[in-house]
Write a protein that binds this ligand. Sequence first.
Ligand code: GN1
Ligand code: MG
Length: 382
Amino acid sequence: MPGTGGETGIIPAPPGNALKEALRAATFFLAGHDIARIQPFGAGNINDTFLVTLHSGGQRILQRLNPAVFPEPVLVMDNVRLVTEHLRQERNRNGIAPAQFRIISLFPGRTGDFYRAADGSAWRLMTFIADSRTCQVIRREKQAGELGRTLGIFHRLASRLDPGRLAETLPGFHLTPRYLQHYDRIAASQDGKDGAEIAFCRAAIDQRRALVTVLEEARGQLRHQVIHGDPKVTNFLFDRDGDRVISLIDLDTVMPGLLLHDIGDALRSCCNPGGETGRSGQTAFAPELFRSWLRGYFPAAGFLLTDEDRTRIIAAVLLMTFELGLRFFTDHLDGNRYFKIRFPGQNLQRALVQFDLAKSIEQQAGTLESIVNDTAAAGPGR
Ligand code: GN1
Ligand code: MG
């Protein structure tokens, strides 16, 4: 859900101020003379990330949590700490080598866990996972299999953590009916002067209203546990020279949820080779990547899924695609308070891509259904 407050409009690009603030935050964690360089890093839609290089050659990730999205940074940090400690223990218990599944750590500050800036935002410092790279999109089946396998490992390692121990940092985060209600409120307050693209998005939403309850209505029969909350392609780290995935990062949204939320979200991202910033009209869901992803996931975590989960995988992919389109479009109508934009209309463009993707999933539903059946039948993990 969009938080309160936040600036409307395009992110200014003033590395000057942002870097000064980042330096102030960095010196809360590190002695000033240790810091050789700070540079903007990554391309998240919410938080601001910097890479800090030390004179010793070491590197760290410094991040500013967006206060309009995460009003309670203490709870976010508590969740991250709890989950990373648990993952470490379970990684040992499962006999997985640390290098195969790397887990970030938070560095304590000199007087606390995070730095609180004058504007109220919270900054934290964590490990930089070296010798790795992110991919904006993936196109190879092997990579899709690796994404599925790694999310499966995450789910398996998180499966014994009591979800009740985590704070709900973003209440209703994947409660799609709430996003629809919010959209309806915002859309009703608009003057109705629609361009063709806005009319297209409104129609795309109206056609799919019935979809929003597809997981909620079956909640009792679906696997509920600690989930990642944001397993999109760019949150997986590949090893530097190969197609092996070595980490799943960005743990701010770890929370109690349905496995199908993660599975649907991961697949909508993984099986869109055009990417979230692709051109609308050219977006298609790739069934071969879908198959490979499932072949990676099932052996690692298939045993966690209920029969009802298995029958709703495609519905979940469609739902999470629709939900993200709805979120982008609502934010566009609402003056871009939630997702950062780099040019005017970017959230509208992002929404168009997700709605195109939803259509492509619907058109291929029969093919995808047989892929799920074949993969589930063939795979172990049961
Ligand atoms: C946001 O901040 P980032 O880029 O990791 C969003 C996700 C969306 C994603 C789409 C807290 O993630 O839910 O799927 O954008 N995170 C939050 O790119 O809303
Ligand atoms: Mg995120």
